[in-house]
Design a protein around this ligand. Structure first.
Ligand SMILES: [Zn+2]
Length: 580
């Protein structure tokens, strides 16, 4: 028998009743979980099977197998989880923070084989009991929840444990699930440039050479025909700034944990800055590293605004102006636009070099083998660390609010912009994927109404229409807590099974979450409540689950186009808003 240290995420009484007497009694303790190579019985089986009300008594063997598979999946079998492994692409040089810095993010190094044994299952949810069971499975077994809405949950799991897992969930869920994507590893591979069109490397000089010389419309066709790594995006932003110096500035909101700059582009009216307070819109992508479509879409928007803006007057003589977009020109005249394609730069680089499906940042936690803090649960507003303290969780919010440096720097940047920068942020759009949703505050609780609910809902519908008129895609509108799979426990449910309801409770009263989005500490709630951005939204981009995070690159342009249409609707609405 060998053993491994495992963070005890379950309630204290479950740890202490089922595991050995050496285990500390508080719920945040590290415990030693025995791993049996070939076991027929383990005390731990009782610990986990007890959590599922539907677990049959003869399921101990299944639980042993599931647990071992999952432990191997999370902690791996090699050396990489026993400390911070420095990738070969990381140089021996160090940043000011003393952290290793990358030389590049060449995608060819990604080991696709790591996904060969995984499948993504969609469970259709019709009752809160089902949602509660899945939520508990996700938390206890460290399952990777890709998406959760009020109707369904998509969960990535090792295919060898699917059958056993299903046997332990409520009967109704066993027949109401379907597999998404036939071959996950192949789908991962196809999201990288060059996978289906010969040796086209986004790092090759060709990617950037097209930008030499005078700028021409349509010049970025190649850029948006593939997802791009940060080593292409940053020079591309720099190039755009140098090509359009009159109305484009580049800026940094600070550094990531690994010492990379978090860069963005500001687009504003050329000429003398007008007196008085500036109004601004802030648009961000990739809080979650694997949501590549959010990065490409922010780049698409920035490019559309940069190339679409032409100072007035439009005239026959002013051919340059005619190449622009009158609607965008009007929007730039009214607002400063801040585009930040990649908040989670370290995580994004990691998705290109090591793990395409990485979500969190790359900051160490108290457990060396479980890195990363969830940026979108790290903000200070209603930070929910009390309800989730497992560093191995995909939703780990850190030990304290703003422990994630990227979130901390972004919040400080926004605060500074509004105070020192004489700017009022009118709109905040946090782009994510997937599931095609427009989500408004609050994220932290379904039982609290935001003060401007009617306004938020009204504009959300306008945004949805803005998207729909471009390519006909439907984006659902809801509050972030509901859209993110947070469920309010009804009185009926509680009476029906009081014990289960109690087990499902989190810090938000009677709500519980099966969630990819939603929860406390979100950027959405922070910008709405702490920065005072009246129109704050999280937009979950394409698709609705056919490819999930692995959206084919052919969707980059249509997604960019429909979100450009949405952003125009946002700007037009704000210009027409009496309160401005
Ligand atoms: Zn996300």
């Amino acid at each position: 028998m060998r053993s491994i240290i495992v963070y005890c995420a379950v309630a204290a009484h479950l740890c202490t009743t089922s595991l050995s007497s050496t285990i500390p009694t508080n719920s945040e303790s590290v415990i030693r979980l025995p791993i049996h190579e070939d076991e027929n019985h383990s005390n731990n089986a009782d610990t986990f099977s007890d959590i599922f009300h539907a677990a049959p008594r003869d399921s101990r063997n299944s639980w042993s197998k599931i647990r071992n598979k999952i432990v191997v999946r999370i902690f791996g079998s090699g050396e990489k989880h026993h400390g911070v492994r420095i990738h070969p692409h990381y140089s021996s040089g160090s940043s000011s923070s003393g952290v290793q810095k990358p030389l590049g993010d060449t995608p060819s190094k990604v080991p696709y084989s790591r996904y060969q044994n995984d499948v993504v299952l969609r469970f259709n949810i019709t009752t809160t009991d089902e949602a509660a069971a899945l939520a508990e499975a996700a938390e206890i077994l460290f399952l990777d929840v890709w998406s959760a809405t009020k109707d369904h949950a998509d969960i990535r799991v090792d295919k060898d444990v699917v059958e056993s897992l299903l046997g332990l969930l409520p009967e109704s869920l066993q027949s109401s699930h379907a597999r998404l994507m036939h071959d996950l590893a192949a789908t991962v591979r196809e999201t990288f440039p060059g996978s289906s069109e010969g040796p086209s490397n986004p790092l090759s000089p060709h990617s950037l050479s097209q930008y030499s010389g005078p700028y021409r419309p349509g010049q970025s066709e190649h850029f948006f025909s593939n997802y791009q790594p940060i080593s292409v995006i940053n020079p591309w932003m720099k190039l755009l700034r140098s090509l359009f110096p009159d109305h484009v500035e580049d800026f940094s909101i600070g550094q990531t944990y690994e010492g990379r700059e978090i860069k963005g582009l500001k687009i504003s009216k050329s000429g003398e800055p007008s007196s008085g307070k500036r109004k601004a819109i802030v648009i961000t992508g990739a809080s979650h590293a694997r949501e590549w479509i959010s990065v490409s879409t922010v780049c698409y928007l920035a490019h559309a605004f940069i190339t679409g803006y032409r100072p007035r007057p439009f005239s026959e003589e002013n051919v340059e102006a005619e190449l622009g977009d009158r609607e965008i020109t009007r929007l730039v005249e009214n607002f400063d636009w801040y585009f930040i394609p990649t908040l989670n730069v370290d995580g994004y680089v990691y998705t290109w070099t090591e793990d395409r499906l990485w979500r969190k940042n790359r900051q160490p936690t108290s457990l060396g083998f479980c890195k990363g803090i969830e940026l979108d649960r790290s903000y200070s507003y209603k930070w929910g660390g009390q309800s989730q303290n497992n560093p191995c969780s995909e939703n780990y919010p850190g030990e304290k609010e703003f422990e994630a440096l990227e979130s901390k720097n972004f919040a400080a940047w926004a605060q500074n912009l509004t105070t020192e920068g004489n700017t009022r942020i009118m709109g905040f759009l946090d782009l994510h994927s997937y599931s095609q949703q427009i989500l408004y505050p609050y994220s932290y609780s379904c039982s609290q109404r935001p003060p401007d609910l009617e306004n938020l809902e009204e504009l959300a519908e306008v945004l949805a229409k803005g998207i729909r008129i471009r390519h006909g895609e439907h984006y659902e509108v809801s509050s972030a807590c509901q859209g993110g799979g947070q469920f309010a426990q009804s009185d009926k449910d509680q009476k029906k099974d009081a014990k289960k309801a109690k087990r499902s409770q989190k810090s938000n009263g009677d709500d519980f979450m099966l969630t990819e989005t939603g929860g406390g500490g979100s950027a959405l709630d922070y910008f709405y409540s702490e920065i005072g951005v009246a129109y704050s939204y999280q937009i979950k981009l394409r698709d609705q689950g056919s490819y999930g995070f692995l959206l084919p690159k052919e969707s980059i342009k249509p997604t960019g186009q429909e979100i450009e249409s949405m952003v125009k609707s946002l700007g037009n609405f704000l210009i027409g808003d009496d309160k401005l």
